[in-house]
Design a protein around this ligand. Structure first.
Ligand code: GLV
Length: 322
């Protein structure tokens, strides 16, 4: 029997994935489940044919150029690949694959949770109960803002943006969007397209971000763009932290210019701007967008399908290109 390819797996994965890896690969697992340092990663990659990595592994140009020649392919357990210098990988002849599609529903669901959590003041409500302070319920207590009938601005109308639109429609929201490409009329399903992001911002009483992290989208939400939003807008980010200038959002949340924010992602995560934690009008989650058993398992399966295809000399399913 041909020798199994050697696969370095940087983090623990759901059981079904680890079993498949054990069966088909010479696996190097991370029993401690601690994030490897650059030095550890480079040293553990020696002699490996493939890497199965996650968002937290920063595979920048210098790391990629330090990888041993044995590495032929990197599969990331994420749809986003801003943590990998794909150009540098291509220059080394290393293929990179991601895991698109399968996390659309889970991420769209969490976007709804963020919209509801922020607009219905869930953080304050939870604090009241957890601190034993809910003693005299009042009709005016913790009044939030209803989604029904409100405009929802979607910045980035890819798979996840569309799935959010579908859910938000069921909540009675009116969909507006700005994206690189306008959708076909059928797919638009009544959503209003704005070619210019400034026009989207102007109508977005609720705004949700679904664009990838690129140099063009960095700090899309900043003091200038926040100034264009309707007074008391509610902002949600389940895409990437780098889309938001934290200082500007925090300032707007403090002043009530932005009424509330629901955030699942942060620039520099897992380190988050400390003010987010102390503001009552933030509803915060620790990057849980794809964190369901079903979704993480399917993401792992896609990663392995790609690796299997590579080692069987078949076309890759979801290769990403620079
Ligand atoms: C999640 O953020 C992903 O890119 O998979």
């Amino acid at each position: 029997m041909a020798q199994k390819p050697t696969l370095l797996v940087t983090r623990r994965l759901p059981d079904a994935i680890e079993s498949r890896i054990r069966r088909d690969y010479e696996a190097r697992f991370n029993a401690s489940d601690r994030l490897y340092s650059r030095e550890e990663l480079l040293s553990l990659a020696k002699g490996a044919d493939a890497l199965l990595v996650t968002l937290q592994d920063q595979l920048d140009e210098s790391l990629i150029s330090g990888l041993p020649r044995s590495v032929q392919i990197i599969a990331t357990l994420s749809v986003g690949f801003d943590h990998i210098d794909v150009r540098a990988a291509e220059a080394r002849g290393i293929a990179v694959t991601n895991a698109p599609g399968v996390l659309t529903d889970a991420t769209a669901d969490i976007t709804m949770l963020l919209l509801l959590g922020a607009s219905r003041r869930a953080t304050e409500g939870q604090a009241l109960l957890r601190q034993g302070m809910w003693s005299d319920p009042r009709p005016t207590e913790l009044l939030g803002w209803q989604l029904t009938g409100k405009p929802l601005g979607i910045y980035g109308m890819g798979r996840i943006g569309k799935a959010v639109a579908e859910r938000a429609r069921a909540f009675g929201m009116r969909i507006h969007y700005c994206s690189l490409h306008r959708l076909e009329q059928d797919a638009e399903n009544g959503a209003v397209f704005h070619a210019d992001a400034r026009d989207l911002l102007a109508v977005s009483a609720f705004l949700t971000l679904h664009a990838p992290a690129t140099s063009q989208t960095k700090h899309f939400l900043n003091a200038q763009s926040i100034a264009l939003l309707p007074e008391g807008a509610i902002i949600v980010n389940a895409a990437r932290g780098s889309l938001v200038d934290d200082e500007a959002l925090i300032e707007a949340l403090r002043k009530g210019r932005v009424a509330a924010a629901g955030l699942d992602v942060y620039e520099g995560e897992p380190h988050i701007h400390p003010a987010y934690r102390t503001l009552p009008n933030t509803f915060l989650l620790p990057h849980l967008g794809s964190a369901t058993v079903e979704t993480r398992t399917r993401m792992g399966m896609i990663a392995l399908d790609n690796l299997d295809a590579h080692f069987a000399h078949r076309p890759l399913l979801t290769r990403v290109l620079a």
